[in-house]
Design a protein around this ligand. Sequence first.
Ligand code: AMP
Ligand code: MG
Length: 353
Amino acid sequence: MKTIIEKVDKAQLNSEEGIRVIERAGEILRKGGLAAFPTETVYGLGADGLNEEAAEKIYAAKGRPSDNPLIIHITDMESLKKIAKNIPETAVRIAEKYWPGPLTMIFEKTDAVPYGTTGGLDTVAVRMPCDETAAAVIRAGGGFIAAPSANTSGRPSPTEAQHVKEDLEGRIDMIVDSGPVDIGVESTILDMTTVPPMILRPGAVTKEMLEELVGEICVDRAIIAPDSKKRPKAPGMKYRHYAPRAELSIVEGEAETVISVINEMAAQKASEGFKVGIISTDETLERYKAGIVKSIGTRMDEATIANHLYGILREFDDERADCIFSEAFPTEGIGSAIMNRLLKAAGYRVIRV
Ligand code: AMP
Ligand code: MG
């Protein structure tokens, strides 16, 4: 299969060229094909979420386990009623504040949603993205677009079109390229079928933000405690995800100790002939002496860290690093999403110093 790759400027979606590109993606989706497009979180791999056969193509293209359900992306509240039922009043309040945005909510599904989209579950995950290109593609594609991250299952999620190309060229019909994404980690997943609602995956809409709006929110223990025997409630969270090819270790502790321990371990590994990568921050970049040192962003603004996380893991893959040492990050706010993804990428390998 030849993959069409087209650029579109987010600010020019209504130009003749913008309309042409979006319509091309929309037509592919309406006919049951696969088109990748940017959202504010990561690039998504879209298919018509109400067409079972189309949604199933996503699993094949990504090599995604078939019990891992897809999120359906919509652009208005009317559409929500077609795919979800027993929508609690709390969800409507949350939607008023955080939709469109980087938040997915889980509801009981209606018969309009095929089991091929929900991995056999009676619930459906729904998101209304705020990225303008995403909204335009979803509308053009019929309004109900199943779109998991547009990477090969198990690889770091794509934050620019080039990442999608690396993983999926030849396996999908089209990639719509609107440049790098804004946030860089996947949406918060909030299960609205329980009281209180439960966070199944941390993201940019944080527990604190949701609690301020609607009161108590709980968090699926299985996503915080890696050694817990509990199955995570979001089926996808059990897989080793987001992984670079190198062995990644997270070094956690007091800042100065972390720097000296990483320096020691990196020097040791380098002397054994391994190619070593170090994930530092702007604040510590100059302090590392061995290996390939990259800054993931600044601790003064953690959004920059979320934004560079997957890209930096892919860069180390490109440089054929054998092992990577990373600093750890505090888990407040967006930090909880950063550490959740980093821990999964590391297979929960944490060195406490
Ligand atoms: P991705 O689209 O790659 O960000 O993955 C979607 C995530 O949403 C996976 O972790 C899924 O397991 C989760 N998910 C989707 N639908 C449901 C659902 N109905 N119940 C629980 N988790 C879900
Ligand atoms: Mg994914």
